[in-house]
Design a protein around this ligand. Structure first.
Ligand SMILES: [Cu+2]
Length: 239
């Protein structure tokens, strides 16, 4: 009995150790350098329903959001190189994009190829969501009524896919479609974190819709947490 339990304990300890041994984390922030731009007001004059939803309150663009601590929000950070040949299961849980207040929520996000994307219209007005991938099939869907939902997918990886509304020219969102789950988006403190990455050498890219992108190399060892910080003045405009 004693032998059996100690063998069992050894197996458990071994498995726990190995599951951590191959998982590392990368975290960091994206600093904003330069003159902080004023928030850009969105004029929703194309649709009086949109103006009514906001009850006359000013709405500002999500394109460039500099946080109070001088970091940049809405930056997509992901593993660009280093996972080639590795296969990761496709998640079955839905990712959601909501058309609410005549803007997209979230403004920028990530998902895996073939993962379901649920598109919701929470507004009492018509939206026409139009996704413009180059590697997957485009879709263009009218949702004239509040509460309408529809599920779509992107078949192939692509960083980034633009989503726009054919009714409201100010509406834009971006989605990074990947064949692995190692991505994150900077938050209202400019931070991101990519968890449970297999040990290895990686190229990490940070992408912003206005400033372009920056890549950094990092080696992640067993049970490491590495810090990789980016800076907007090092970003190079996207081609
Ligand atoms: Cu719209």
């Amino acid at each position: 009995m004693f032998i059996t339990s100690s063998i069992y304990a050894t197996i458990v300890a071994c498995c726990l150790a190995s599951s951590f041994a191959f998982a590392g984390n990368i975290k960091g922030k994206v600093d904003f350098k330069g003159t902080k731009p004023n928030p850009t007001e969105i004029k929703m004059i194309a649709d009086p329903n949109c103006i009514k939803i906001h009850a006359g309150k000013k709405v500002t663009s999500d394109q460039v959001v500099v946080n109070t601590n001088n970091t940049l929000r809405h930056v997509f950070v992901y593993v660009k190189k280093g996972l080639e040949g590795k296969k990761f299961p496709k998640p079955t849980q839905k990712v959601t994009i909501d058309q609410q207040g005549c803007t997209y929520h979230p403004h920028l996000f990530g998902m895996m190829a073939s993962q379901p994307l649920e598109i919701i219209n929470s507004d009492p007005t018509m939206h026409n969501i139009h996704a413009l991938p180059k590697n997957s099939k485009q879709f263009n869907i009218a949702q004239p009524r509040k509460g309408m939902k529809r599920v779509q997918t992107f078949d192939k990886p692509e960083v980034m896919v633009k989503i726009k509304c054919d009714v409201h020219p100010w509406m834009a969102a971006y989605v990074g479609v990947l064949d692995h789950p190692f991505y994150a988006v900077t938050d209202d403190q400019g931070n991101y974190e990519i968890k449970n990455l297999p040990a290895g050498d990686y190229e990490i890219e940070a992408w912003h819709e206005k400033y372009g992108s920056q890549t950094m190399k990092v080696s992640v060892g067993a049970a490491d947490t590495k810090t990789v910080d980016f800076s907007s003045d090092k970003f190079v405009a996207s081609k």
